[in-house]
Design a protein around this ligand. Structure first.
Ligand code: HEM
Length: 96
């Protein structure tokens, strides 16, 4: 339910992007926001038909505009349901 969702500010979104695992040194997370919802897009990166690089252009930020420019017909809500981590809130709204 909504209560289990994290409230994510734009700066948190940026911070969560490209963090490296201390042990392996591999990049762990890529988070993006689409129309107010925040997703960990990492698991989807290798499967994106437009390529990992294109999807990464939206990493750490709100990708709605880029997304809508390229493929407004794609139903990302169905595709990324499992990857949703939270909701985007303004910088002033303290995280829950
Ligand atoms: C293609 C999903 C984000 C760039 C596609 C396609 C899907 C998809 C399903 C195939 C569409 C079709 O053939 O009709 C997604 C999802 C996204 C996402 C779920 C968000 C999580 C983005 C972003 C960009 C982008 C942010 C650009 C910065 C592209 C491009 C193609 C494509 C250029 C066309 C590839 C081609 O036809 O050669 N994407 N996409 N996508 N996507 Fe995305």
């Amino acid at each position: 339910g909504v209560s289990s969702l994290v409230r994510v500010t734009p700066s948190m979104l940026k911070f969560m992007n490209g963090r490296k695992d201390k042990e392996t040194g591999k990049v762990k997370d890529a988070w993006s926001a689409y129309q107010g919802k925040v997703y960990n897009i990492s698991p989807y990166l290798p499967y994106h038909p437009g390529g990992e690089g294109e999807l990464r252009r939206a990493a750490g930020k709100d990708g709605t505009k880029l997304f809508m420019e390229v493929h407004p017909w794609v139903n990302w809500e169905n595709m990324l349901g499992e990857c949703m981590v939270g909701i985007l809130v303004s910088e002033e709204q303290a995280p829950a």
